[in-house]
Design a protein around this ligand. Structure first.
Ligand code: PYC
Length: 316
């Protein structure tokens, strides 16, 4: 696969978590469903993913958003999210970043916009104050109170839930969720993910659980809870994680602790907040909404020289 010479990107952060929207210079994935286009991206252009996201042009914290032509005539955009190790189903903070980017470029106005993702179409409302509400894909708890023995750390019990990605959600643990504890939190959540994999604990249809979410009391009493979310690679989410907040609300709903229309204010490890709510959907699922804000940080051209040994990123 030859890399393009130049890729035009807009960077933003959503409540602390970065998104890099690829506007031009991305691979030609042809036509077909987004699932088919994602498969082509993964099989034929994975070096583009790592080149755009990994060092020296990016970092493991960044989530990429490849902007594509939608299939539906009334959709504003289609998008495939990706990171330093692979591809995401949906991304809540990324959708807020994408909508803010499109508004920054003058391509959309306040109001509701349909965005296609590989796991379903979501709706994003750009508000007059610049904040964005994302109505996510139907979310559900798959299994509750699942025990896992984690070598070096002991036992944990968590729920497995889908919020556009697969999560293992843990409320009971001895760790203080604060930014200065991030190395410890990264170590334990990474060990939990490895233990889930080693012990064959999966999402539905054998899907890998690649996000681990710890909860505690909020730092600010105005909020409902604080979280720490391990993303699929070795980075943690600086935002409260849109798909993670969706998974959390699906669990609360399943426990009768969150009714449709109630507000859930999810605080991140940095103290930033997504405000969430749910409506009921069929088969015990909920349709979660999360509201947050993104800020544009850069408009850049990424350059890829033919003889650059790290054009496809530094693959540690
Ligand atoms: O906001 O859904 C999210 C997300 C997933 C991974 C990083 N952020």
């Amino acid at each position: 696969m030859a890399l393009p010479k130049m890729v035009h990107v807009v960077d933003s952060h959503t409540e602390g978590e970065p998104t890099r929207v690829v506007l031009s210079g991305g691979p030609d994935l042809g036509t077909g469903s987004l699932v088919e286009r994602l498969q082509r991206f993964r099989e034929e252009y994975d070096g583009f993913r790592s080149g755009v996201i990994c060092e020296p042009r990016g970092s493991e914290v960044v989530v990429g958003a490849l902007l594509l032509e939608p299939e539906q005539a009334d959709a504003t955009a289609a998008v495939i999210y990706f990171n330093d190790v692979g591809y995401l189903g949906m991304c809540g903070h990324g959708t807020i970043g994408l909508v803010t980017t499109l508004a920054h470029l003058g391509r959309i106005k306040p109001g509701a916009h349909k965005i296609e993702t590989p796991v379903g179409t979501v709706s994003a409302c750009l508000h007059d104050d610049g904040s964005v509400t994302v109505q996510n894909v139907p979310s559900r708890r798959y299994r509750s109170a699942v025990p896992v023995e984690v070598p070096g750390y002991g036992s944990f019990t968590g729920d497995i839930a889908w919020g556009g990605n697969w999560f293992f959600l843990i409320g009971e643990h001895p760790y203080e969720i604060k930014a200065t504890n991030r190395e410890q939190l990264l170590a334990v959540t990474t060990a939990i993910r490895t233990a889930l994999r080693d012990q064959g604990i999966m999402g539905e249809d054998g899907a890998e659980i690649d996000h681990i979410e710890l909860f505690s009391k909020p730092g600010d009493a105005a909020n409902s809870s604080r979280n720490f979310v391990l993303c699929p690679g070795a980075a943690f989410d600086r935002s409260p994680c849109g798909t993670g907040t969706s998974a959390k609300m699906a669990c609360l709903y399943a426990d009768g602790k969150l009714a449709p229309g109630d507000t859930w204010r999810q605080e991140s490890v940095l103290g930033t907040v997504f405000q969430g709510t749910v409506v009921e959907a069929e088969s015990g699922q909920v349709i979660p909404s999360i509201r947050g804000r993104a800020w544009i940080t850069a408009e850049s051209k990424l350059l890829f020289a033919d003889d650059d040994p790290f054009a496809r990123g530094i693959l540690f």
